[in-house]
Design a protein around this ligand. Sequence first.
Ligand code: SF4
Length: 380
Amino acid sequence: MEDVGLYVHIPFCTSKCNYCDFVSFPYAMVKHQSTEYFQALKTEMELIRENFGALAVNTVYFGGGTPSLVSESFIDYVLSYIRRYFYVKEGIEISIEANPETVTLNKFKAYADMGINRVSLGVQTDSEDCLIEMSRHHSWNDVIYAVECAREAGFTNLGVDLIYGLPGQYLEQWENTLHKVLEQKPEHMSLYGLKLSQETAWGRLAQAGPLTFPDEDQQADMYLATQEIVRSAGLEQYEISNYAKPGFESRHNLIYWRGQHYLGIGVSAASYYNKYRWSNYRLLPQYIAGLKNRSWPREEMLTLSKREEMAETIIMGLRLIKEGVSISAFEERFGVSMHQIYEKEIVSLAEAGLIEEKDGHLLLTKQARLLANEVFREFI
Ligand code: SF4
């Protein structure tokens, strides 16, 4: 069985950001449950070990939520059990998401001491007004301080997450944000257009009228400007929304895009292993109570049909700008050629100039990057 990527969900945040639909809980309200939560993570790993044996892990990713909000001793505790229940290969990527206002030099040093070697900093924007409107708790000065501390602690792999399409934002503002962030010389950037969910405070406000957001065309202009600005700073676009200096691509996220196996530990975490896909309970008490009884905290479990796996392989692979989907690897995996299954779709998308074949790989064309969802729909 192939190696797995391990995702650990830390669902605690200072408060809920106005655009956020991740599973996260205000820490002040659930802090009393944190010890139980981390014990539940340990029990979940024990159950994985009992069911699947000692799996080899080739990436670990602490996401959230805000993993940097909790004491570093909790993170150390989880890592010590990961090393006990899994076979952790030498030199693997171990990432943690951090919010700028929650980190200090000592915290970064502690992360480095426990083997974490990649930090993903949730910056989102440099606009102080917008940060307040988003309900974020940091300022641009916090960002500068966090970057300085991370570098001083020895981190040489630093990612920055930004969002565009924010209320009232216009193209020149976004371009300035990019230039300002690039001065901090991150090795990796994740740049996502805002997608409003009706479940969020902004989603409800947008429906009611008082908030206005850049429209689709404006977001498209921002996306196109991003490609040029970030590339000219030496970061390559390797995925539709992700850019990295060569060799600094997120190894953990590549696992998702390449359709490889991953296990998610923690409330709401998703897993894909051995043709099964499942996700954990989304409610904290349910997750903790389940694991106290040593029962698997799965909310739903799906077995993917071969056809579904094939569609996923193409859709996720096409997100990778340069790598795309290997036509020979597809055939090796599924025992049938991609053209045999999707000939009609491939021909019509190629005629429309949206996909192309290069050196045995199926790729999105440059002009299709803005229309990726329409392309993906053809394979479902
Ligand atoms: S910090 Fe991140 S996970 Fe937490 S509420 Fe804000 S956007 Fe959501």
